[in-house]
Structures are given as structure tokens and as C-alpha cells.
Design a protein around this ligand. Sequence first.
Ligand SMILES: Cc1ncc(COP(=O)(O)O)c(C=O)c1O
Length: 401
Amino acid sequence: MSLELSKRIQRLKTSPVRKLVPYGEEATKKGIKIHHLNIGQPDIDTPRVFFDAISKYEGKVLKYEHSAGIMPLREKMKSYYDRLGLNYSIEDILVVNGGSEALQFIFTALFDEGDEVLIGEPYYANYNSFFDVLNIKRNAIRTYAEDGYHFRSLEDMESMITPNTKAFMFSNPSNPTGVVCTKEELDNIAYLAKKYDLYIISDEVYREFVYGENKAISFGTYKELEDRVIIIDSISKRYSACGARIGCVVSKNKEFMSAIFRQCQARLSVPTLEMVGAAALYDLPDNYLESARLEYKNRKNILFAELSSMEGVVTREPEGAFYSFVKLPILDGEDFAIWLLSNFNINNETVMFAPGEGFYATEGLGKNEVRICYAIESEDLKRAMTILRLGLKEYKRLKGI
Ligand SMILES: Cc1ncc(COP(=O)(O)O)c(C=O)c1O
């Protein structure tokens, strides 16, 4: 007899974003400084009010809180949506352990094994973790670097729908492409959702980070879709508070919300102190978010100017979030990423980014693409770009490209 793990968990792969970590650790051991362009970890200070609110907490016992989240936080989340013109009531909002737990709960609530999700590729690689465990099939709509990763046409999207498709899912603004969908794209999704009776899972954790002409329109503004729209939200990026692990699931579909709530009850509650801190974040004036947006916009400008001047690199100006997906003039992004960590440095500094392949559902795509995150401060970003430029030149020379 041998001990065996479940088939479910055997399908779960190492995150492509974290796959390079051992190479990074080796480089660090050798005393090399790594510029991290590989993960969406903002370096802007978490606002002081978060820590202040926690330090003023007066409870004598750190109890389980309500499974739906503490009321002051849900109230503040509601006011935040009111300010955005999204008409949600407190019952429509459940607090969860970050957008990540939202994903897990939502997929568990909607999909049976073998059900299908309609999704544009490339998409946020971590969706795969949950898709794989639950055995959800991806019907991927291909998007291209040359189109700035926008959807090509309604027909293109429609052609991927089958009788087993249960939901459309996307992040808008997008991790990993930086796309902000146009009104026309959203209208097409809405049209398909109605025609084929699909849920829409709209991951809006980067809502405020928009730099171009398209505003990030929330699916919460589509009144006629009220029953099928599910919004994922999180304070991680908005308030630079990834470690707080606070997010929410938002929907007007009562049956669906009851399914989410039952899962919330099963995991008892979200950490109390982090909810207290998060509630204070929602009180920050709007100019806090505007200053964060301007900071990321400045970094985006630096990144785009640098990348567009590198020979053979195909890139479009990122419209939102803090990522750029780029096509490099090489054959294998992962090999290049490992080489940069293991064999290349400038004055003991190198760069780390995420190879593109892991962001695709379709085997073989994304090999010469990479995702670059620009959540690091401007001077470091400029330095990282110089290293990338020189590294790319040297790697091409070595490979005879
Ligand atoms: C598109 C998207 N959704 C959800 C998440 C999950 O974030 P968290 O669990 O920190 O809220 C992330 C994190 O990078 C993300 O990029």
C-alpha cells in the first residue's frame, strides 16, 4: 500500500510567477541584488491609518468575528461602492481573505467538474490553481500582443462558447496585460452572457489604476445583468496592503451569495485586526488613490519609453493595473529569465520577471512573452530597464539571434 494524495491536488502546479524563486535565492546568496519585476507587490507605504486603527483596538479577547465580516468594514465598503455609483447593499458584500479566497469560493459555488469558463488569454496565472483543483475547463479566447491584448471581435469570443460554458471571467484592468476593456468589449461580453446564460465574474481589484482614455467600467453598472454579475475586490493593491489579506465578493444574486456565505461560515472568519485596519483604509480621502494612480502612471511612462526603445520588443502602452505583457525577440522567456538570475549581472544587480507561458491556457503559447510588473519605484525601475536592455543584448549575442 502506498500513501497517495488526491488526484485533485496532483493537478495543482507550481505558480509560474514563483517558479523562478529558487534561482532568485541562489542569486541572492551570491550577493546579487534582484530588481523584482516578477510579482505584483506594490512598494508604496501602506497608509498609517491602517496600523493606527489596529493599535487602538480595545477588545480584550481576539474573538472570531462574524463570518460575513465586521459590520463597520462592510458599511464602509458599501459607501465606497456608493461613491463609485454602484448600487450595492450591505447584504450584497461578503468579506473574504483577499481576492484569492474570493476566487476559490466563487469557482466552488459555480462550477462542477468539467464545466467550462470562457476567458481571454493571457490571464492571471493564479486562476489556474483553482481551475485545476476543481477541474474546470478553460475555453480561452486568444488575444495578441499586436492588438495590445484587446479582444479581436465578438465572433472570436462567441466561437469559444459551448453548451458547458457557465461563466465568462476576466480581470479589468488586466493582470497580466494592462488592458482596460473598452465599452464595446464590455457590451459584447454582456450580450454573450445574456444570449448564452452565463455568469460574469469581474475581477476589479485594479479598478483605480487606469492611465489611458478608457475608464475601467465596472460590470456593476450593468443593471440588466444584476443577477449574473459577480465582482471580486480586494484592498491588496488599492491600498498597498497585500499582507492584510482582505477582499470581498459582491453580487446581487441572493442564491449565489448564500452559497458564498456558507463557505464563509465553514472557514469561520477573516482575521479581526486586519478587518479593523481595512475599515480605516476605506475612510481615506479620494486624493490618496489619485496620488497612487499618478505614481503608477509615472512608472508606466518610464517602463513604456524604455521597452519601446528596445530593438525587436513588441509592446503597447499599458492602460491600467501595473503590468505590461511584452513579446521579446527571443525564443524562450523562461530560459532568458533563468539566465538573467544565474549568469548575468551589472555591478551585482539583475532583474527577475515572470515568463509568459504560465499566463496562457493553450499549450505552447507565450514562450517568447514575459510579464513585467512596474510596482517598484522609478529609480529602481530605470535601473532594472538598463539591466534588462543589456541582458537582452548579451543573451541574443550568446544565442546567435
Ligand atoms: C487580477 C488579480 N485578482 C486577484 C488577486 C488576488 O489578490 P489578493 O488575494 O491579494 O486580494 C490578484 C493578485 O495579484 C490579481 O492580480
